[in-house]
Design a binder for this molecule. Structure first.
Ligand code: HEM
Length: 509
């Protein structure tokens, strides 16, 4: 018994020592980490910025409150830019991001291939809550050479010759919207324009990029719109609130986001296989985005069947599905909203469309360049409502911006820059005249499609599409906003009108 008691005492002593060392190790680790965070604060605190919510969390609580509430986090960034100037700092744990709204610095950094995308943001988008999402696709590729090879492979699907050949698709898909509006015009049934233009842009991207006709005006229960929306919504929580997935109340959203991501990747897999079979059978396939995506598979080695190559194809499939649809739909919805709010701008845009189109049903490519005022309306729409509101870069070497030494991660918000009074007079006024050919060009303070080598690949595609939809709408129908709706902006990963833009539709008198 004595031997047994001695043994028990020894074990409990040993456990106490272990506990002590464990606690001491944890304490030392926390202390070391806190000292590191303190060191980071010292390194960056010469840069002005709003007070931190807490030493460790920095500004995270403000962001997660913003993500949950209806307040637009971009408006907070704008207020801070007005208060703290063109360069200010935001903290989360040991990570610091520098918000920059200086035209010279914007030019130097965004126009140079030297500065890669910020890994803190873009590496995280590799996965969404553990499910592979944008991976190493075009938007998120970090390594310059990997990105450059992909971009060169994708270029032919955005050449002017190829884009010109897409006019048929832009016209056809917009006609479906016109047919739909034809049925409800003059019935005094209000329509949510955002939902309708969303169907057009999704139909367009699926047909133009992947050769698949969804025909969403006929097929009302398509899961794709919801999936894209869910991924974008999940992305906001995932990026802004690192603790989001820890709380049981959020698990449903987490699961829905994972399911949506899975649906997009599975669809990609199916459509890619179908295209491969068509090529193997010697069928004539379009030189569209999907054909180019198949070519990215040979980037690293000639064996196109490796898992790495296959996953990259899926990354780019999801990338185009996400990047190529909501952004344009939101731009169209905001444009319709602003036209509805400004009868004189509406009248001028309609007069231009009537003069150029007359009673033409199909809009030819040659006419797109003639829509001068309509282009100004679309540009001004993206000034006030940049639907993809920013980008960020990693500065691998110190740089002096606005007299301040800046190391590390820089974020550029087009929303903030395009709403600052020092760059745009009376910034909240919707005024397409700002983009008149004779008006001074904005100097590195207007960048709704980003700038430099990582500028949007689909810029021309999206604006051709937007012009066709808007011109047809103005030509055929009169739309007016249903009174009492909100003109606020909602951040669901991209910026969109909160109300959905509810309109009454009439035939043109
Ligand atoms: C109004 C519509 C659009 C807006 C406002 C917009 C905006 C942007 C912005 C701001 C970026 C940079 C993102 C970043 O740095 O994180 C970007 C990148 C990109 N966008 Fe768009 N976009 C639009 C439409 C489209 C369309 C229709 C497509 C495809 C058909 C597309 C494909 C891409 C791609 C592939 C990239 C990555 C480019 C690269 O890094 O090489 N976008 N877009």
């Amino acid at each position: 018994i004595a031997f047994f008691q001695k043994d028990t005492i020894m074990i409990s002593e040993w456990v106490s020592y272990m506990m002590f060392y464990l606690l001491a190790t944890v304490f030392c680790a926390v202390l070391t980490y806190c000292m590191y965070v303190h060191h980071v604060h010292q390194k960056y605190d010469h840069i002005p910025g709003p007070p931190r919510d807490s030493f460790l969390l920095g500004h995270i609580p403000t962001f997660s409150r913003g993500a949950k509430s209806d307040n637009l986090v971009q408006d907070l960034f704008l207020q801070w830019a007005e208060k703290y100037g063109p360069v200010y700092r935001l903290n989360s744990f040991h990570y610091v991001v520098i918000k920059v709204h200086c035209p010279e610095a914007t030019k130097t950094i965004l126009m140079s291939p030297k500065y890669t995308k910020d890994p803190f943001v873009y590496k995280r988008l590799f996965n969404l809550f553990g499910k592979r999402f944008l991976g190493n696709g075009l938007v998120t590729a970090m390594d310059h050479d990997d990105w450059y090879r992909q971009r060169r492979i994708m270029d032919p699907a955005f050449s002017s010759t190829y884009l010109r050949s897409l006019m048929g698709t832009f016209n056809e898909m917009s006609e479906r919207l016109m047919d739909h509006l034809e049925e409800i015009a003059d019935t005094k049934t209000p329509v949510i324009m955002h939902d309708l233009v969303n169907c057009v842009t999704l139909d367009v991207i699926c047909k133009a990029a992947f050769g698949v006709d969804l025909n969403l005006f006929k097929q009302t229960d398509s899961p794709f719109q919801k999936a894209v929306e869910q991924c974008l919504k999940g992305m906001v929580f995932y990026l802004r609130d690192p603790f989001f997935r820890l709380f049981p109340k959020n698990w449903k959203t987490v699961q829905q986001t994972k399911d949506a991501t899975e649906l997009l990747r599975k669809t990609g897999n199916k459509w890619i296989q179908k295209r491969k079979t068509a090529i193997e059978n010697g069928e004539d396939v379009p030189k569209d985005i999907l054909t180019q995506i198949l070519k990215t598979a040979g980037m690293w080695d000639s064996n196109t069947e490796t898992l790495k190559n296959h996953e990259l194809m899926l990354d780019n499939f999801v990338t185009f599905f996400i990047a190529g649809q909501e952004t344009t739909a939101n731009q169209l919805s905001f444009a319709i909203m602003e036209l509805g709010r400004h009868p004189e701008i509406y009248k001028r845009a309609k007069a231009e469309v009537d003069e150029i189109l007359g009673t033409k049903i199909n809009i030819p490519y040659e006419d797109l360049g003639k829509f001068t005022y309509l282009s100004q309306v679309l540009k001004e729409t993206l000034r006030l409502y940049p639907t993809a509101p920013g980008t960020s870069r990693w500065l691998h070497e110190d740089m002096v911006i606005n007299g301040l030494k800046i190391p590390g991660s820089c974020a550029f918000s087009s929303y903030v820059s395009q709403r600052l009074g020092k760059f745009f007079k009376d910034p909240l006024k919707f005024d397409p005249e700002r983009f008149d050919v004779n008006a001074p060009k904005p100097y590195y303070c207007y960048y709704p499609f980003a700038l430099g080598p990582r500028t949007c690949l689909g810029q021309v595609f999206s604006q051709m599409e937007a012009k066709v939809v808007l011109a047809k709408l103005l030509q055929r129908f009169e739309f007016s906003l249903v009174p009492g709706q909100s003109f606020d902006i909602k951040d669901t990963g991209t910026l969109r009108p909160k109300s959905g833009v509810i309109c009454n539709i009439k035939h043109c008198s």
